[in-house]
Write a protein that binds this ligand. Structure first.
Ligand code: UDP
Ligand code: MG
Length: 310
């Protein structure tokens, strides 16, 4: 008998929430859910539209629907962490509210748990709604992080759609409380019996994506910082190369080399490299500083139906 916790992050999703709940209700009867009942945990990440009102109505109709509402927007990662923190299920599935993650995948996920798997990464076969640029940059991002990091090998096209056992959730709750987070990286690096399932990402059921290019860039940089120390070591290599160049210049100057334009150009390159390295160190410093400040990952303002599930 396994109980299912379905965690859905919600940020300004008034266009899709009712559709999502209707779609869930239509598959509810068809699914065994491991026989232990279920809870739907909607994490309202500081929505400013009517999302919370819609969730309140749904939660009134169905006591297995729990709502955790943040005091403001803390981001998708924080919303998933809060959902995992509050989940009471034996199987915990994180998914988006926009129906891009098909609810039909729940049954095969539960089947994998019956086989004894504890971590299931859902891998996108294709992302219909994402353009060629997003698909390309996403692939490039995974290649870079895998090349740089010796701590973790991430599944290409891994998504924020994944399932974990309560044992894995406990590890995340107690040991992965970093302020700059990359949950799908943690999920793939905790170990345990792990498998992947493929899915085809559907079109967004309504509304628009919240991930702007700027957000994605920041996300990519902080993930590389979180999973690799390699960029920090670049200074050492750059230092060695420029030291060699300096020695060569000194020797050529002694031999009568007077091409100041070449020397100036070399200085410019060196300064650019220096600033780049300062920037890289700044990124690491800002991640370390966030840890030092130790501010909360999220703040809960309101909870509905807590502890009410079957
Ligand atoms: N989301 C969130 N907080 C945010 C941004 C997004 O909880 O600050 C939720 C959003 O409601 C959705 C999921 O995270 O359920 C994924 O967001 P979105 O669909 O915009 O991203 P995409 O699928 O385009 O990458
Ligand atoms: Mg989406």
């Amino acid at each position: 008998m396994k109980k299912l916790s379905l965690i859905i992050s919600v940020y300004n999703e008034e266009a899709v929430l009712e559709k999502f709940y209707k779609a869930f209700c239509s598959i509810e009867q068809n699914l065994e859910y491991g026989g232990g009942g279920y809870e739907l945990i909607f994490v309202n990440d500081g929505s400013t539209d009517a999302s919370m009102n819609i969730l309140e109505v749904i939660a009134q109709q169905n006591k297995n629907v729990r709502v955790i509402s943040f005091s403001r927007n803390f981001g998708h990662e924080a919303a998933m962490i809060a959902g995992i923190d509050h989940a009471a299920g034996d199987v915990i599935i994180c998914m988006d509210a926009d129906l891009q993650h098909p609810l039909e995948c729940i049954a095969p996920i539960m089947a994998k748990f019956e086989e004894g798997y504890e971590v299931i990464s859902m891998v996108r076969t294709s992302n219909k709604s994402a353009g060629a640029i997003k698909n390309f940059t996403s692939r490039a991002f995974y290649r870079v992080i895998n090349a740089l990091s010796d701590q973790v090998k991430l599944e290409e096209n891994a998504s924020d759609f994944f399932a974990i056992s309560s044992r894995v959730a406990d590890v995340l709750r107690t040991n992965y409380r970093e302020k700059t987070r990359f949950l799908r990286g943690y999920v793939q690096s905790v170990g345990f019996r792990k498998t992947t399932l493929e899915y085809t990402a559907a079109e967004r059921a309504g509304g628009a994506s919240h991930y702007t290019l700027k957000k994605l860039m920041n996300f990519a940089i902080s993930t590389i910082v979180g999973f690799s120390d390699f960029p920090l070591k670049l200074g050492l290599y750059a230092g060695a190369v420029s030291f060699l160049a300096a020695v060569l210049f000194a020797i050529s100057a002694l031999c009568g080399f007077r091409e100041y334009k070449v020397i100036l150009a070399a200085f410019n390159v060196l300064f650019a490299v220096l600033f780049l390295l300062v920037g890289i160190m700044g990124e690491y410093f800002s991640v370390a500083f966030a840890e030092l400040k130790n501010r909360p990952i999220y703040i809960v303002e309101k909870e509905i139906n807590s502890g009410h599930c079957v």
